[in-house]
Ligand binder design. Structure first.
Ligand code: ZN
Length: 409
């Protein structure tokens, strides 16, 4: 697995930033470049049925090398990077034998990656870290995942003595704008289950994520000259404030953790005549999630009743659901990943994601899909970094999962 660093550095040299305001798939033309490159590379290492479809989704097959029946499994990663931060001209820096001290990313601009702020760095003393030069993100999210999957497939091809069933590989565009799973053809993929290689720290294994909805609250007011407004003006901003205050003050992102859900006011714009509030609603528990949506509707209703008008309109749309419901009936797929880690002396860190993954959408499209660590930290910004050793471990986990799945029971 010597070429893992080289491979990763090649992938991050492509600018693959996605764009939430685009209506095409992929959302940006530039994602095609890496898509074509990966397609060729998969062929070059000896994968079969390599396909690149009209939306830049890549699929490929590693055929089984055993005679007995083995479930078809898949590994999935995304090649786009976050619209939050530039990925143009990424200049990765290698830091061998990391000494646990501050890393100067950029001398001129005094940009420093420091363990006094990012304590996770101290876990990687003595390892080889790949960082940015402080001016872009790195793109370990999720080019590390792609590196690990390609490297694992290459390893299995070069080591036919390792027994495995049929393995499918899927690389997608546009995960960072929530659309990676949208045009993913689950039937064509044809796997019984899959894993996204898109988590962070070594050991992470996730099969629970939020249930998610978005709410747009529109408040209607009435503008009248302020000097003659008595009994006539309706200030939508003040009504909006009432609505904001009607929701529990401590159920917000900065006051919650673990399995605690929240309402998050993400945007506000207003004038006397009209105020718009945008919320996201999150909860791991489906019952509590439904209750939160009702709670919002009720808050609007109460205010409308007190005003004797329909001043507040509210539109709530579900976004994605907790994959737990789809994974729990097939828990052996989590058990296999956990066993693979234990066999490799990696301590599994099983926790609920406070967010969503492509795997949650895929799970609801019929492809149960837990998430496994890819090794990077501080995604979506200039402090992003990844230890090479973590990529090696993730690659070994993929190989081990393939092996365990093919074991006769
Ligand atoms: Zn990702």
């Amino acid at each position: 697995m010597q070429n893992i660093t080289e491979r990763f550095l090649k992938y991050v040299s492509f600018d693959t930033q996605s764009d939430a305001n685009s209506s095409t798939t992929p959302s940006t033309e530039k994602q095609w470049e890496i898509a074509r490159y990966l397609t060729e590379e998969l062929k070059r290492i000896g994968m079969e049925d390599v396909s690149l479809d009209e939306h830049a989704y890549i699929m490929a097959t590693l055929p089984s090398n055993v005679d007995h029946q083995v479930p078809v499994i898949g590994f999935i990663a995304h090649f786009d990077t976050s619209p939050d931060y530039t990925a143009t001209d990424v200049k990765p820096q290698l830091h061998r034998d990391y000494d646990g001290e501050d890393i100067v990313l950029n001398k001129e601009e005094n940009i420093i990656l420091s363990p006094s702020y990012f304590e996770d760095l101290l876990m990687y003393k003595g390892q080889t870290l790949i960082t940015t030069d402080g001016t872009t993100l790195l793109g370990a999210d999720d080019k590390a995942g792609i590196t690990e999957i390609v490297t694992a497939m290459e390893y299995l091809i070069q080591h036919p003595e390792i027994k495995h069933g049929k393995i499918r590989v899927g690389f997608t565009p546009d995960e960072e704008i929530g659309k990676g799973a949208h045009k993913f053809d689950v039937d064509k993929f044809g796997a019984e289950w899959a894993y996204t290689m898109d988590g962070s720290q070594v050991g992470e294994l996730e099969y629970e994520n939020f249930n998610a909805a978005g709410a747009v609250v529109t408040v209607h007011g009435k503008i009248v000259h302020p000097g003659y407004a008595k009994g006539k003006m309706i200030n939508s901003m003040l009504i909006a404030t009432k609505f904001i205050n009607a929701l529990p003050a401590n159920e917000i992102p900065q006051e919650t953790e673990g399995y605690e859900g929240f309402f998050h006011l993400s945007e506000i714009s207003g004038s006397v005549e009209k105020t718009k509030l945008e919320y996201i609603i999150r909860d791991h528990d489906l019952g509590l999630f439904q209750q939160r949506k009702k709670q919002m509707l009720k808050a609007a209703q109460n205010i409308n009743e007190s005003l004797g008008s329909e001043a507040i309109e509210i539109d709530i749309k579900d976004q994605y659901f907790n994959m737990r419901e789809k994974v729990e009936p097939v828990m052996h797929i989590v058990d296999i990943a956990e066993q693979a880690m234990k066999d490799l002396d990696i301590k599994p860190l099983i926790k609920a994601i406070r967010g969503g993954t492509d795997g949650s959408q895929l799970s609801y499209k019929g492809l149960p899909c837990p998430n496994i660590f890819a090794g990077g930290h501080n995604f979506h910004g200039r402090y992003e970094y990844i230890p090479v050793e973590s990529m090696v471990k993730a690659t070994q986990v993929i190989v081990k999962i393939a092996q365990l799945t093919a074991k006769k029971v």
